[in-house]
Write a protein that binds this ligand. Structure first.
Ligand code: HEC
Ligand code: HEC
Ligand code: HEC
Ligand code: HEC
Ligand code: HEC
Length: 505
């Protein structure tokens, strides 16, 4: 008898049983994984939709960012971190010889620009900026730095300084109500009463002394200044921006980077252009910054904060506005020229660059999106984008981080080298006028050179005061610097012509 070749029924069953169990276990595992995946997705979806866990009640009177922070902890976390920002790649104070300690340096204050750029003390002679002029730093410091600068402690300044250095919406509205504006703080900011309170209070606080005005505020720019407390939508709260952008809209200057203005121009124009009702979300992502990062002056006795945008946003258009108004910031102590001080024209220079034209906003680079699980939120640690090239630049530019940094360096170094030459030329012109004056030249004789100093100095200062060292608009920056050098050299030639032919040259 031969043994059967087919397996015994028992072993056949055993293997079937094994297949059954293996299948069952695999099925169970798959089910578990699918279930886990499902709950995970559901949770992420829930997370993504429910980013707001409403704990605190936020109203038009909630100034304290910590209270908003209870509802929006991630944004609040970034906001308070502006106190420990990375250092910008370009800083004037880095121009100081490395072995020389900065005599003006106090560890609680930002570093001095004056010691890093030797031309500035001469250029600003006779004006408060020759006394104290420092690096910018994070938003967390804006109120403290303004209160402590020697420009405020040693010179009288108006309440208008407060416009860009504090959470001031509530302070303005309360002052407005005290001055007789209708309604109460509970009115929506954009209601008729709310706007009346804001404007009346703003006009009142501008004209106060800085000391009286600064007592009305407690915090640097806060959530309420950029967001509607009910919808969290971005909003413009600063009257000077509302007036400035409405003036710009009435000019004929093309604004391809702000399409809602061009759209308004095609309409009946019965109401003034108003960004709060007309601007797109992408436009608001730059306009909120444009309330402060702009060239400005205080006009008239009432110190009304005014942006010189009536002809357009370009450097020369602002200058034409000042010339027509006969405006000067001060008379130069060495040369006697009536000159203008430029202030942080980031919004204006950005407007002339390729990024603005391509629809890239300030927030795209300076407040990029961050991810946490499925959550995408805006980084509120407003700082140099070069602290996170991956989030700020590589979303659009498919190059390595080192290549991107090298491109920024190239732009900044090129700008700085030529800006140095422009500033040197301006200083040379100032000293030439001073010398000619000492030698007896009359005001009439010096007039053309002084006018050229005003032009040359304004251009160099415009680029110096702008905080990207050319990055926001490289070609426009070189144009401005080129003009500065040209005007300064024309002035120097002019003075040389005043010397008697007999005097040795
Ligand atoms: C395409 C990206 C981009 C856009 C858009 C952009 N910036 Fe910048 N910005 C930069 C870079 C790059 C620098 C140089 C940073 C450095 O030197 O570290 C800079 C510098 C600055 C600085 C100085 C930074 C510091 O840390 O001290 C300020 C202020 C600033 N920008 C404001 C603005 C404002 C306001 C807007 C919009 C009107 C704007 N930027 C639009 C990229 C951008
Ligand atoms: C209420 C006015 C105000 C608004 C609005 C504002 N800034 Fe500023 N910003 C300032 C002031 C003032 C400083 C300088 C603070 C200091 O040096 O103490 C500053 C500093 C900065 C710096 C330098 C940070 C650093 O670490 O050196 C950057 C970058 C910047 N702002 C970008 C922006 C961007 C982008 C927006 C829009 C999302 C914006 N700011 C909105 C007033 C403002
Ligand atoms: C239109 C908005 C605006 C107004 C008005 C304004 N600032 Fe500023 N201020 C800024 C911005 C933006 C910065 C950061 C950029 C920079 O430092 O160039 C700044 C920076 C500063 C700084 C730190 C850097 C430095 O310059 O030493 C001081 C101090 C300061 N401002 C004082 C004042 C005083 C004093 C006034 C009133 C005469 C004033 N600010 C009015 C927007 C404004
Ligand atoms: C200088 C202006 C500015 C200030 C101050 C500011 N934000 Fe924002 N915030 C923005 C911008 C710009 C965005 C992006 C909005 C958009 O793309 O529509 C934003 C977006 C948001 C959003 C929407 C979700 C997201 O992350 O994109 C929340 C919530 C928010 N901010 C909360 C806060 C809170 C809380 C504070 C105060 C601690 C604050 N913000 C202060 C400018 C500001
Ligand atoms: C939302 C998209 C976007 C972001 C974010 C962005 N860029 Fe750009 N960038 C562009 C576009 C679009 C151009 C125009 C050239 C083109 O069309 O390819 C450009 C041009 C440039 C140029 C050439 C500039 C010139 O004027 O010749 C440089 C340099 C540059 N980007 C650097 C940066 C850096 C650095 C960052 C981050 C701080 C950045 N970009 C962020 C879209 C972006």
């Amino acid at each position: 008898m031969s043994t059967p070749t087919t397996p015994a029924p028992s072993s056949k069953w055993r293997s079937r049983l094994a297949v059954f169990w293996i299948t069952a276990i695999v099925m169970a595992l798959v089910t578990i994984v699918v279930m886990m995946l499902y709950t995970n997705i559901a949770r992420r979806k829930w997370e993504a939709q429910n980013t707001v866990l409403k704990i605190a009640d936020i109203t038009e009177a909630t100034i304290d960012p910590a209270i908003w922070g209870q509802n929006f902890p991630r944004q609040y976390d970034g906001y308070i971190r502006t106190a420990d920002n990375a250092k910008a790649r370009f800083r004037w104070s880095d121009g100081r010889p490395p072995d020389e300690p900065d005599p003006a340096h106090d560890p609680n204050k930002a570093e001095s620009k004056l010691t890093g750029d030797p031309h500035l003390k001469t250029i600003f002679n006779g004006y408060a900026f020759a006394i104290d002029y420092r690096e910018r730093r994070g938003h967390a410091f804006m109120l403290q730095d303004q209160r402590e600068t020697d420009r405020v402690t040693k010179k009288p300044q108006p309440g208008a300084c407060l416009n860009c250095h504090a959470s001031n919406v509530v302070a303005y509205r309360e002052a407005g109500i005290q001055q007789g504006a209708p309604g109460a703080l509970t009115d929506a900011l954009f209601s008729e009463a709310g706007q009346k309170q804001l404007m009346t209070g703003w006009e009142h606080v501008n004209a106060l002394t800085y000391t009286d005005a600064t007592d009305l505020v407690k915090h640097p720019v806060s959530c309420l200044d950029c967001h509607d407390p009910n919808t969290m939508a971005l909003r413009i709260t600063r009257p000077a921006f509302l007036e400035g952008i409405a003036n710009l809209a009435t000019s004929s200057e093309p604004t391809p980077h702000m399409p809602s203005i061009e759209q308004w121009r095609k309409g009946p124009k019965t109401d003034a252009y108003n960004p709060n009702t007309l601007a797109s979300r992408q436009e608001m992502r730059s306009m909120t910054c444009g309330q402060c990062h702009v060239e400005y002056h205080f006009s008239g006795e009432k110190k009304r904060l005014t942006f010189p945008w009536h002809n357009g946003l370009k450097m020369d258009q602002a200058e034409a506005f000042y010339d027509k108004a006969g405006f000067k910031d001060w008379t130069h102590a060495d040369s006697g020229a009536d000159v203008i001080k430029a202030q942080h024209p980031e919004f204006e220079l950005w407007s002339q660059g390729i990024h603005a034209r391509s629809g890239v906003s300030c927030a795209d680079c300076h407040m990029p999106y961050k991810r946490e699980g499925a959550l995408k939120y805006t980084d509120h640690q407003v700082q140099t984008p070069l602290a996170h090239v991956n989030l700020s630049c590589q979303t659009c530019h498919n190059y390595t981080e080192s290549e991107i940094l090298a491109r920024v360096d190239q732009i900044q170094k090129r700008t700085k080298t030529h800006l140095d030459r422009a500033e040197a030329a301006v200083v040379e012109l100032i000293l030439a006028i001073k010398e000619a004056k000492a030698a007896g030249a009359t005001d009439d004789q010096l007039k053309p050179a002084r006018e050229l100093q005003r032009k040359a100095q304004w251009r160099a200062d415009y680029l110096n005061a702008e905080n990207s060292m050319g990055f926001h608009a490289p070609a426009e920056s070189m144009r401005i610097i080129g003009e500065s050098i040209d005007y300064a050299r024309q002035g120097i030639t002019d003075i040389a012509k005043l010397r008697p032919a007999t005097e040795p040259k």
